[in-house]
Design a protein around this ligand. Structure first.
Ligand SMILES: O=P(O)(O)OC[C@H]1O[C@H](OP(=O)(O)OP(=O)(O)O)[C@H](O)[C@@H]1O
Ligand code: HPA
Length: 187
């Protein structure tokens, strides 16, 4: 389990990104970018590991964020029958919409959460955790919505940030100009 994920991380393309004059070594991977192509074998590998790791008992909704939470959310919904909801970068102004401030290593903006209701038991999954900025915005939004957080899982952990509560990850990596190194793996 996770052999396909690990191999694909070790061989993925790299580019350099820049924010405020600081160069960031960015790995480009099917799970985190949709590039190179997302294969069925990779999605099955990641989904099997998510199913093994997550506590999904009596969960009402899987919560993912746009855009790169969507394919893993789709896979987990197909495997479990639990619906998923997407936290969007677009504002809808529906009643109860919760606005989330998001700051990552290379971007800043707002996210908008809809259709997470009072009393919902939810799990959050996302492709990657890096600075933790995105999840730290989502956690208070769940409180505002009145949802109960059951579990959190990130496929890739780049940086192991402290987000104030425990979270699960499938693969922990280090990245430098030469590429990705695997530091730890759930399986
Ligand atoms: O831990 P953090 O530093 O917050 O980084 C992780 C977040 O960054 C990426 O999303 P991004 O906002 O880049 O959007 P994308 O999914 O459309 O690529 C990723 O999907 C996570 O949501
Ligand atoms: O290097 C990266 N690649 C893809 N997604 C990311 N999210 C944080 N860092 C990265």
């Amino acid at each position: 389990m996770l052999e396909i994920l690990k191999e694909s991380l070790l061989t993925c393309p790299m580019v350099k990104r820049e924010k405020d004059g600081v160069v960031y070594n960015y790995f480009i991977h099917p799970i985190t970018d949709g590039i190179p192509a997302v294969t069925a074998e990779l999605l099955r590998d990641v989904t099997a590991a998510m199913l093994k790791s997550l506590d999904l008992k009596n969960v009402d909704k899987i919560v993912v964020s746009e855009a790169m939470g969507i394919h893993i959310g789709t896979a987990l919904t197909l495997a479990t029958g639990i619906p998923f909801v997407v936290i969007r970068k677009r504002e809808y102004r529906l009643p109860g919409e919760v606005v989330i401030g998001q700051e990552t290593g290379y971007s800043k903006g707002n996210l908008y959460m809809n259709c997470v209701n009072k009393g919902d038991r939810v799990v959050i999954i996302d492709d990657v955790i890096s600075t933790g900025g995105t999840i730290k915005g989502i956690l208070p939004a769940l409180k505002i919505a009145g949802a109960e957080l059951v579990d959190i899982l990130f496929v890739v952990n780049r940086g192991s940030p402290d987000i104030g509560i425990p979270y699960k990850t499938l693969v922990t990596i280090d990245v430098d100009e030469n590429g990705v190194k695997i530091i730890d793996s759930a399986f």
